[in-house]
Write a protein that binds this ligand. Structure first.
Ligand code: SAH
Length: 224
């Protein structure tokens, strides 16, 4: 899968794509992530990408032309199934959406900045708007990182133990059971007996019960 991220601050994402599961997925050619600096498509000597809002008001607005030119340059190379704009008023991002996006072959993620983009970008160039939660960030880079991370980790081959991503919270509509590792006792604090019993059937049943108990207590909305 290929993800193209458009940003005025691509440096913010460089560390992120060069570490952990995202990097491993790229090394294994399971994912391909390309960062694009919007400023390269800016106008004039100053590579301008923003301007004052029509009608006044504080804050700059990202201009349509550089975004249009960059998106068109990408679209001339390949077909994109989604062109996403990260926005606090977009559709709330979920695991279901991460799974859906992971089945596409190429997507673009446009990160906003300042007051956001000229609304015509959203009307004519964008196919999907995603919010990562009800709060406002200063830029879309963190949202793009969240989308990219959650999509990449469910790509087959990204995680060595493939069942691991599928047993995470939300995948089956339930939260994960608690996990423990060695030592079996620390400071007098013990691990649930069943987990060190070696009885796989009992362990599976305990995990299921814990998932259900935690979900009904912490996130009853998921059971509805
Ligand atoms: N004026 C806008 C907020 C702009 S914040 C408004 O009130 O809706 C600057 C940029 O950060 C946005 O264009 C968007 O790309 C990104 N951003 C901020 N909060 C976000 C969120 N919750 N989810 C996704 N992207 C967000």
């Amino acid at each position: 899968m290929r993800i193209d991220i458009i940003s005025v601050l691509p440096e913010l994402l460089e560390g992120f794509i060069n570490h952990s599961i995202v990097k491993r997925a790229c090394d294994k050619k399971v994912a391909e992530i390309h960062l694009h600096s919007l400023r390269d498509y800016g106008k004039g000597n100053y590579m301008k990408i923003d301007d004052y809002a029509f009608g006044g008001g504080a804050g700059m607005v990202m201009m349509i032309e550089p975004i249009y030119n960059l998106i068109n340059a990408l679209k001339a190379e390949r077909n994109y199934e989604e062109i996403i704009y990260t926005s606090p008023d977009g559709e709330r991002f979920t695991q279901g959406e991460a799974n859906r996006l992971s089945m596409l072959s190429s997507i673009i993620i446009l990160c906003g900045h300042y007051k956001g983009v000229d609304h015509r970008v959203r009307q004519h160039l964008i196919t999907k708007e995603i919010s990562i939660g009800d709060y406002v960030l200063s830029g879309g880079e963190l949202a793009a990182a969240i989308i990219t991370d959650s999509v990449t980790r469910v790509l087959p081959g990204a995680i060595s133990d493939e069942t691991s991503a599928l047993s995470d919270s939300f995948q089956d509509g339930l939260l994960s059971p608690p996990v423990y590792t060695r030592p079996p006792e620390f400071n007098g604090w013990t691990v649930p007996e069943v987990l060190i019993s070696g009885n796989h059937k009992a362990i599976e049943q305990w995990n299921d019960e814990q998932s259900y108990e935690r979900t009904s207590r912490l996130r009853p909305d998921l059971l509805q």
